[in-house]
Design a binder for this molecule. Structure first.
Ligand code: AMP
Length: 116
């Protein structure tokens, strides 16, 4: 069983982070260290540690993460200008928090996918 991260405490509001969205499956809040003008994290309420741990039983929650991302992009006024959705996995992917999350990034041109 994976260890809880700070995201579980945010989801349960044990750490009072303003939420941009929450339902029975997912929670969204602003990234604490934004890498773009808009940088929101969409997180499953249930702890799934990495993309490698996504199973068939998670298909509903993974789908919800994307429909919520789309909704937040519209709310933020970046749906037409465009945005990027990223999920990092493990060391080479640059994953820091081991509770999967979609990064919703936009509000300005984001440049090439990878800076090397
Ligand atoms: P990743 O590298 O894909 O695991 O992304 C983790 C993200 O979580 C980083 O962009 C961090 O800035 C962000 N983060 C870490 N702690 C918090 C927090 N308490 N509230 C909001 N975002 C956080």
């Amino acid at each position: 069983m994976a260890e809880e991260t700070i995201f579980s405490k945010i989801i349960r509001q044990e750490i009072p982070t303003p939420l941009l969205y929450q339902d029975d499956l997912v929670t969204a809040f602003s990234d604490i260290a934004p890498k773009a003008k808009v940088h929101i994290l969409i997180v499953p309420n249930e702890l799934i540690a990495t993309a490698n741990d996504i199973e068939a039983e998670h298909e509903q929650v993974i789908g919800r993460m994307y429909t919520v991302a789309k909704r937040l992009a519209k709310e933020q006024g970046i749906d037409q200008s465009g945005y990027r959705l990223i999920m990092n996995c493990n060391d080479h992917g640059g994953q820091e928090v081991y509770h999967i999350h979609l990064h919703l990034l936009g509000g300005e041109p984001l440049g090439p996918l990878l800076a090397k």
